[in-house]
Design a protein around this ligand. Sequence first.
Ligand SMILES: [Zn+2]
Ligand SMILES: [Zn+2]
Length: 155
Amino acid sequence: MAEALDGGCACGALRFRMQSAPMFVHCCHCKDCQRQTGTAFVLNALIEADRVELLSGDPQPYAMPTDSGRPHRVFRCPACGTAVWSEYGGLSKLRFMRVGTLDEPTALPPDVHIYIRSKLPWVTLPDGVPAFEAYYSSRELWPAASLDRRKAVMR
Ligand SMILES: [Zn+2]
Ligand SMILES: [Zn+2]
């Protein structure tokens, strides 16, 4: 298990600690992520909620509209509004941590690029990292240990 990764919001009121490496890291180029972040893509590290320790602050959920109708909530620092993680499909046991809020975002490069059909044309993808027009099969891509971890979360 990798060492803990700390992160937080822009104003410093909200601090958290990922107690281990995530299961997988998404770089999502979908239009929703572009709009919600105001930039070209989002970086999400998928991890069990109980491996995220809240060190300070009080993250507040914001409901996002989705095409699928499945719930998506973004959690933000109430003081500065920085988005620190997302929760999809009402699955509160699984967190999508915003990698850019880590003190060391270089620690978690993307394991996969998804929804590249809406990737901005000037973003060049690296060689050797799988990329998909839309979503992908985690069963084919994730390490076995990560699939086991997710299975435990879904239980
Ligand atoms: Zn803040
Ligand atoms: Zn997306």
